[in-house]
Each structure stands twice: as structure tokens, then as C-alpha cells.
Design a protein around this ligand. Structure first.
Ligand SMILES: CC(C)(COP(=O)(O)OP(=O)(O)OC[C@H]1O[C@@H](n2cnc3c(N)ncnc32)[C@H](O)[C@@H]1OP(=O)(O)O)[C@@H](O)C(=O)NCCC(=O)NCCS
Length: 178
């Protein structure tokens, strides 16, 4: 695929050359606080994640991509699309950024580019996301990407809020989380 460009970011498929930079944030406990599996224990875990996404890109035409900051060329996080799993059907929007790049609107900018790619070139009609109630920054990103709250659900033993967005109607449900 062609890289996705926004005003300040580029989203492109991961390569194995990205392992060291990506382990910088995948190994950060705070960045991975709301991850089901916690921080990556070693570079090998990050390498396996990247390999899985190289394969996903070849198989499905989308994956979780590297997020590059245009101003510096640095890999500052990940954002993209993947099968949700955990017995929940659907394609999820996922994102994580290096801690030193939070609070600049990058999460929203990357998320909106991924949603536009999903509903445009990829032809998907629905995306989902699961987020923990305490993860206010992520809930804000989802709302700014057009997602609405659907239901509470236990996923991998944790209480999660499920959000979705449809290509046909965009935001269509209450954003209240009850
Ligand atoms: C969730 C996460 C990606 C959010 O990233 P972010 O770039 O900080 O999020 P935003 O794009 O909303 O920016 C955050 C704030 O920056 C502010 N901001 C600062 N400069 C901005 C700019 N130029 N443009 C837009 N917003 C800007 C916004 O007001 C926004 O505040 P808001 O949430 O009250 O609306 C990040 O916190 C993260 O990586 N968290 C850990 C991983 C995680 O939890 N992932 C999700 C699992 S479900």
C-alpha cells in the first residue's frame, strides 16, 4: 500500500528494521497499561508483533502500521486495523503512541487517517474498538474518529466498553458510556 499521509504524520507498514524503535514504546509499562498482555518483555515479542503485521498486510491489505512523525522522521507509535479476536467478530482500530508524543492531537490524526483508509480504499463498512472506562484519552480519540458507544462487555476477563463506527452512517449512537 501507499503510505497514508496526514498534515504531521505518515502511516506505513512496519518492517523488521523498526523493531528497536517500536520496542521503545511496546516495552513501556505506561503506554501498555491498557493492553491485555502488558508491555513487551523483550525485543523478540516486538519482532513477533511486527512479523504478524507484515503477514496481515499481505493477507488482508491492512494491518497495524508504524506512525512516523514528519518533522523528525521518528517512529512515534502504531495505528491501524486488525481482526479484533477474543471471540468478537469485526475489525478494530488500534493505536498506541510514545509517551513523549501524547497530548499533541497525534492519536486523533492517525486514527482518522486509518478510518478513512478503512472506509475508502479498503471498502470496510464497520470498525470496532474496545477501551477500558478509565482510558479517557483513548475514548476521546474514538469519539473524534466518529465512534459511538455500543455496549459493555467482558473481554479476556476485563470490563471493556465496545465502540463502533459504520461507513454508512458515521457516528450514530450515543457517546455516553452510561
Ligand atoms: C490514546 C493515545 C493514543 C492518545 O494520543 P494523543 O495523541 O495524546 O490523543 P489526542 O489526539 O486526543 O490528543 C490528546 C489531547 O491533545 C490535545 N492537543 C494538543 N495539541 C493538539 C493539536 N495540535 N491538535 C489536536 N489536539 C491537540 C487535544 O486537545 C487532546 O485533548 P482531548 O483528549 O481532551 O481532546 C495515547 O494516550 C496512548 O498512546 N495511550 C496509551 C495506549 C492506549 O491506551 N491505546 C488505546 C488502547 S484502547
Amino acid at each position: 500500500m501507499q503510505p497514508l499521509k496526514t498534515d504531521r504524520l505518515t502511516l506505513r507498514p512496519f518492517t523488521l528494521d523498526d523493531v528497536t524503535a517500536a520496542f521503545g514504546f511496546f516495552g513501556d509499562r505506561e503506554v501498555m497499561r491498557f493492553s491485555l498482555n502488558g508491555p513487551h518483555a523483550s525485543r523478540k515479542t516486538t519482532e513477533d508483533f511486527i512479523t504478524a503485521n507484515i503477514n496481515r498486510q499481505a493477507r488482508l491489505g491492512f494491518s497495524i502500521w508504524a506512525v512516523i512523525e514528519a518533522a523528525t522522521g521518528d517512529i512515534i507509535g502504531m495505528c491501524g486495523l486488525a481482526e479484533f479476536g477474543h471471540g468478537v467478530p469485526g475489525i478494530e482500530l488500534a493505536y498506541r503512541l510514545r509517551r513523549d508524543r501524547w497530548g499533541r492531537g497525534y492519536g486523533t490524526e492517525a486514527g482518522q487517517a486509518a478510518v478513512a483508509h478503512a472506509f475508502g480504499p479498503r471498502g470496510l463498512d464497520r470498525l470496532i474498538a474496545a477501551v477500558e472506562r478509565e482510558n479517557t484519552p483513548s475514548i476521546h480519540v474514538l469519539e473524534k474518529c466518529g465512534f459511538g458507544f455500543v455496549e459493555e462487555r467482558t473481554i479476556a476477563g476485563r470490563d471493556a466498553l465496545v465502540y463502533e463506527t459504520l461507513s454508512s452512517t458515521g457516528p450514530h449512537r450515543s457517546t455516553s458510556t452510561g
